[in-house]
Design a protein around this ligand. Structure first.
Ligand code: GLC
Length: 534
């Protein structure tokens, strides 16, 4: 168990293991079918035993849950389905006592249509001060019947919705998520207050949702393919916003992780300058296929783009928006693509699991911090959710083409023999657990030294107690085609075999941990990784 202040405290975030909790699906403390804070509090010892440094909670605020809580109605209140603010405060303290820091999720691009500001804007009518906090505009066409511009949505469907008085409002996501106007001083002030509110309650960090989308071209001009700058992605004004956020965070020693997805490495790195965000998610690694050359290139590019600004890289294989790792790696095309998430895409669970085990050792030995999505340590596959039970708006907004993201949000299995696999519900959980889910239960895996959970526990323990992991240099070692081999400080080495046949390991090395057994000749089989000490 990590002692609260012993481990790399000052720059803890530079090489932390951060566990993502999706509160609705983690553990149900009151039995009503929805995960909650009581459930999390009861499972804190599990997280401490796993050996994580921090927990990131996806939004737990009051919300109609149209987009799984990313439609926030009030940032200063916990949704009653999850608990109370008092419980959140207790949770933050109890976690801290176990050496686990808390990261909350702030969604600055939009609010829920049930947020007091939006309700006031609707009531106040066209031209009002209340509407200026959002993007309300008259429509185009003779009678204003056409949307004000042609911007493409982040989810499928239109980005503008017309209200009864004839004006339209902008929403990059669902109509229940109206976009805020970041040129409005009250919008900025309010968010800085919200940051303070949570830092004062002891949170150590903030994840910033859709961090590169907030600022909009003031003209709201039509989208032109290939024309820079994009009217709503990566606008220059964002840096000014994040500089003032950084000043707030610095008062509390808090840190940021931005959800910044930009293909341009130089533009991406601007968000990580020393007076802006501490870290940002690295989606290129997540979306990289299981291919040695491409992985190596992605790792090199990632390290190269972070180096000039002095920011540590972050590594992530999975989150609440993407197909689970085991399922993705069991497919021929292991890349990340919303459009190819269709049910029934063939996947080989045994292959996917073997690769996910190897990917765990790869990821955990790269320089920087690692995000671990709940259930990844159990090797959960993407669940098939019956069509009539799907709740994710991505599904309905795509006309049923995109299965949406519910398959990675199914309630966790804790105990193999308990009802609903020990999730804690007395009635069926909000998303059904598929048949066979109990095989992944944490209690069963905890008793099996060969399980994914045991691998993660052992790997995290070694990572915490052995020199060479986390922040610091990485040097590639000569290796056969299809094999990744690198050295970290202090003689630590990682070798991952993505080639079709077994390969010999470097001579004069000691095995620390393997994602699977070596073959009879002491060679590393395909889709297997090892940590060695020279
Ligand atoms: C982010 C979240 C996703 C959400 C979207 C809109 O991408 O991760 O779950 O739907 O933002 O807030």
């Amino acid at each position: 168990m990590a002692a609260p202040d012993s481990h790399r405290t000052a720059g803890w975030w530079r090489d932390a293991i951060i566990y993502q909790v999706y509160p609705r699906s983690f553990a149900d403390g009151d039995g009503d079918g929805t995960g909650d804070l009581a459930g999390v509090r009861a499972r804190l010892p599990y997280l401490a035993e796993l050996g994580v440094d921090a927990v990131w909670f996806t939004p737990w605020y009051v919300s109609p849950l149209v987009d799984g809580g990313y439609d926030v109605a009030d940032y200063r209140t916990i949704d009653p389905a999850f608990g109370t603010l008092g419980e959140a405060e207790k949770l933050i303290t109890e976690a801290r006592e176990l050496g686990i820091r808390t990261i909350v999720d702030i969604v600055p691009n939009h609010v829920s249509d049930q947020h007091a500001w939006f309700r006031a804007a609707l009531a106040a009518g066209p031209g009002s001060e209340e509407r200026k906090r959002f993007h309300f505009r008259p429509g185009r066409g003779e009678n204003g019947e056409l949307p004000p511009n042609d911007w493409p949505s982040q989810f499928s469907g239109p980005t503008w919705t017309r209200v009864p008085d004839g004006e339209w409002y902008l929403h990059l996501f669902t109509p229940e998520q109206p976009d805020l106007n970041w040129a409005h001083p009250e919008v900025r002030r309010e968010h800085e207050d919200v940051l303070r509110f949570w830092f004062e309650r002891g949170v150590a960090g903030v994840r910033i949702d859709s961090a590169a989308l907030l600022a909009k071209d003031p003209a709201l001009a039509d989208f032109e393919e290939g024309v820079d700058p994009h009217p709503y992605i990566d606008q220059d004004e964002l840096h000014d916003i994040y500089r003032s956020w950084r000043a707030v965070a610095d008062e509390y020693g808090g840190v940021f992780v931005g959800e910044v997805w930009l293909p341009d490495a130089e533009r991406f790195a601007r968000y990580l300058r020393p007076d802006e965000l501490h870290t940002a998610f690295n989606f290129n690694f997540l979306s990289c296929p299981w291919d040695a050359d491409r992985l190596r290139r992605t790792i090199d590019d990632t390290l190269a783009e972070h180096a000039p600004v002095g920011a540590p890289a972050t590594w992530v294989l999975c989150n609440h928006d993407v197909t689970r790792t085991v399922t993705r790696y069991g497919r021929e095309d292991t890349g990340f693509d919303f459009a190819t998430k269709a049910f029934g895409t063939p996947t080989d669970p045994a292959l996917g699991t073997r690769r996910a085990r190897a990917a765990a050792l790869l990821t955990l030995s790269l320089p920087g911090s690692v995000y671990l999505y709940q259930g990844e340590e159990l090797g959960l596959p993407e669940a098939d959710v019956p069509l009539d039970r799907i709740q994710d708006p991505m599904h309905s907004r795509s006309g049923g083409v995109d299965p949406g993201r519910d398959g990675c949000r199914v309630p966790l299995p804790w105990s193999a023999d308990a009802p609903y696999c020990g999730f804690g519900s007395e009635t069926e959980p909000w998303l059904p657990q598929p048949a066979g889910w109990s095989a992944y239960a944490a209690d069963r895996q905890g008793a099996d030294p060969e399980s994914m959970l045991s691998l993660y526990r052992e790997a995290l323990l070694l990572r915490r107690t052995t020199d060479g992991f986390g922040d610091g240099p990485l040097d590639w070692l000569p290796a056969p085609d299809g094999v990744l081999a690198y050295r970290r400080p202090g003689g630590l080495m990682c070798v991952v075999n993505l080639s079709p046949g077994p390969v010999a390991l470097p001579a004069h090395s000691t095995l620390l941990l393997g994602s699977g057994p070596l073959d009879g000749d002491g060679r590393l089989p395909r889709d297997t990784a090892v940590w060695l000490r020279a």
